[in-house]
Design a protein around this ligand. Structure first.
Ligand code: GTP
Ligand code: SF4
Ligand code: MG
Length: 410
């Protein structure tokens, strides 16, 4: 279970002032001394992550953050910035209240305002009330703010830790652990042909996550999985005793694969499937159709979750920009951002094209989509953008869609 990718885990983040007991709480929850604890305020400076399996919940990752009242000269703001970035990935927040003063109230409202379910917590429950001020008064103020009683915990004695796990369970996103990649596109016994990337970006000898996750899911569903590259497609089709029910291809060879597969075989791509799995299919579909409004003056932001060294045939850095310029004019500008770099101000862009985002958790991708929508910028992903440019977007199968895909070649 330790091998569950971080992007598939429930992201729980601990927020609070410096010295509130955040790191001690992470250590108590994970039963490991992952985070450094001390009575010096500002001990934790960067988010610290620890993955663990919680019985009844599943694979989680706990993130310890710097105190949001960090005022270290010149650095406090940067640390708070990192804490805010951690919030973008957070499925459930644990917010430790020390005084329920204006700073804590503002942070609580900010977190809840982002739509993040938040568990109010009071720490150091083992201490005498005199040491923490009026315990009952604090509890009442937190309850009034949050509309529920805080969970009282002691990281020292373990009191209240089970209460935190129960509170997490109550706030578990409905679809956590139940989403699947291929949805209703396949059923038990189907043969599925995977056309893998030619310009594999993973280190030699490895497959990248979208392929690995898709293969694992298809095997779990009882499908027969055949894998090839675009160059080997014809041979693989010939070797199969009947046509595959579904072909899942690397997006960059969409048109070639579409032309080569038998009529009646549905076609989709890894990144189209990930549009639904990690993002919002209808928003991405709308974003792909908005490409018709691009012109030679357009600026397109290409967002890639990986920060790998660019390969010569890189889909995000080379292929998509070349396709866009060929279609809309050589003066069209593309900008590529990688990893967690994503501009707050998107107003200068005509379109955002995102990778399949297999390295990000869904909450994070949905936050990017929400930011784009708030600013009125269309957003789509690699597979859909390529399918639109190749004129086959309407022929791509998406989960929930049973229309036959391959009719006549376009
Ligand atoms: N008695 C008692 N002390 C605690 C408890 N939790 C934390 N402490 C103490 O409170 C101090 C701060 O704890 P940390 O866990 O480092 O607090 P933090 O919120 O991570 O602090 P920063 O990293 O500085 O923001 C340490 O001296 C801890 O030993 C608790 O449940 N009971
Ligand atoms: S995170 Fe994006 S670029 Fe990296 S492997 Fe996944 S889909 Fe590809
Ligand atoms: Mg700390």
């Amino acid at each position: 279970m330790n091998d569950t990718p971080s992007s598939e885990r429930l992201h729980v983040t601990i927020f609070g002032r410096r010295n509130a007991g955040k790191s001690s709480l992470v250590n108590a929850l994970t039963r490991q001394e992952t985070s450094l604890v001390s009575d010096i305020p500002g001990t934790t400076t960067d988010p610290v992550r620890k993955a663990m399996e919680i019985p009844g919940i599943g694979p989680c990752v706990f993130t310890d953050t710097a105190g949001f009242d960090d005022d270290a000269a010149g650095l406090g703001e940067k640390r708070t910035g990192l804490t805010l970035k951690a919030l973008e990935k957070t499925d459930i927040a644990l917010m430790i209240f020390s005084d329920c003063g204006p700073v804590e109230k503002e942070w609580y409202r900010g977190i809840v305002g982002k739509g993040v379910p938040t568990v109010p917590v009071i720490s150091k429950a083992d201490l005498e009330p005199s040491a923490t001020g009026s315990a009952a008064g604090l509890e009442a103020s937190v309850a009034a703010l949050c509309g529920e009683s805080p969970v009282r915990v002691s990281s020292l004695t373990g009191e209240g830790i089970d209460g935190i796990f129960r509170a997490l369970l109550r706030r578990l996103p409905e679809d956590f652990g139940h989403r699947d990649i291929t949805g209703d596109l396949v059923k038990k016994g189907d043969a599925v042909l995977l056309v893998m990337p030619q310009d594999i970006q993973a280190p030699k000898g490895r497959l990248i996550l979208p392929q690995v996750q898709t293969i694992r899911e298809l095997l779990d569903k009882g499908c027969t999985v055949v894998a090839c590259t675009a160059a080997g497609l014809a041979d693989s089709l010939a070797a199969m005793s009947s046509p595959p029910a579904l072909v899942i291809t690397d997006s960059s060879v969409f048109a070639e694969v579409h032309a080569a597969i038998p009529a009646g075989t549905r076609l989709t791509s890894f990144s189209v499937l990930f549009a639904a799995y990690k993002g919002d299919l209808s928003v991405f579909m709308e974003g792909a159709r908005a490409m018709e409004r691009l012109d030679p003056e357009s600026r397109v932001l290409i967002a890639e979750a990986c920060t790998h060294a660019p390969a010569t045939e890189d889909i995000g850095r080379v292929k998509i920009p070349a396709m866009l310029r060929r279609r809309f004019g050589e003066s069209l500008v593309t900008e590529v951002v990688g990893g967690t770099d994503f501009p707050e101000d998107l107003s200068g862009y005509s379109l955002i094209i995102h990778c399949g985002a297999c390295m990000f958790n869904r909450r994070y991708v949905l936050n990017r989509i929400a930011a784009a929508r708030r600013q009125g910028i269309p957003i789509t992903n690699y597979g859909m953008a390529i399918a639109w440019m190749k004129g086959i977007l309407d022929k791509v199968a998406v989960p929930g869609d049973f229309t036959p895909v391959r009719q006549e070649c376009v």
